[in-house]
Design a protein around this ligand. Sequence first.
Ligand SMILES: Nc1ncnc2c1ncn2[C@@H]1O[C@H](COP(=O)(O)OP(=O)(O)O)[C@@H](O)[C@H]1O
Ligand SMILES: [Mg+2]
Length: 287
Amino acid sequence: MIEFRDVSKQYPDGTTAVDRFDIVIPSRKTTVLVGSSGSGKTTLLRMINRMVDPTAGAVLIDDEDVAGIEPVRLRRRIGYVMQNSGLLPHRSVVDNIATVPRLTGASRAQARARALELMDTVGLDRALAKRYPSQLSGGQQQRVGVARGLAVDPNILLMDEPFSAVDPIVRTDLQQEVLRLQRELHKTIVFVTHDIDEAFLLGDQVVILATGARVAQVGSPAEILAAPADDFVADFIGAKKGKRRLEVASRRDDDLVLADSAGFPVGLLARSQAYSVSDKTAQAGDA
Ligand SMILES: Nc1ncnc2c1ncn2[C@@H]1O[C@H](COP(=O)(O)OP(=O)(O)O)[C@@H](O)[C@H]1O
Ligand SMILES: [Mg+2]
């Protein structure tokens, strides 16, 4: 469990990026922080692994204040995946991934073996192991980034807009991959995005943020869709644009119960299919 207790962050230039943020992030589930650019998402994420320290309040992991944990040690327990994958350009794919286990003391052979296993985990063909990052597609690079994030076998995985730079079809694939990984690995994932559809697809818990990381609403996708807290949320999720003809009425295990705009249940949807339906819904709304 990760807990933000009345956390604020003011940068030295006076910008208040986060203003009194309070939330509990449950273990072994995916929590998505969603908000417009500049709402403080990256700042929040980086306060978990101490790339940024709060100016007030505390961040706790399993009741331990991270302020008392040495940053390097903390980061070895927490995976971090960035938008631009953060790969080292002059190292091969396998070496990029192996760097992380090497840092934690694995031998060169052990680290490479582990890196190849991780390529399997994230759906990368081992034939790509010797290539350099520039010889991979954007989607493949992001998969390497995810493999690096998983390389220390962390309980917590932080993902900062990891798929926003890839094209929509590849993004759909990568999103499905995250759902599959989460079914298999059960990590505590904190995922940041500005895309509400991505948030609803991936999140067990979704936190909608306004400027200063003000919490506009927190809940399951079904709860937020069923009852947007205010006009800001309604607007953000597109409820007013008539975009969502089908809504997620509830969730049974991994399935979503869909209802039409009058609230009548129209079907059950396996979560693995959810993206294509939300896509169709959006298109129907746009037409
Ligand atoms: N190092 C920094 N120094 C000063 N202001 C910053 C710094 N990093 C972020 N900010 C500001 O803090 C606010 C939140 O930024 P950020 O956490 O990056 O938001 P998001 O990830 O949601 O786009 C923005 O106004 C941004 O300009
Ligand atoms: Mg950001």
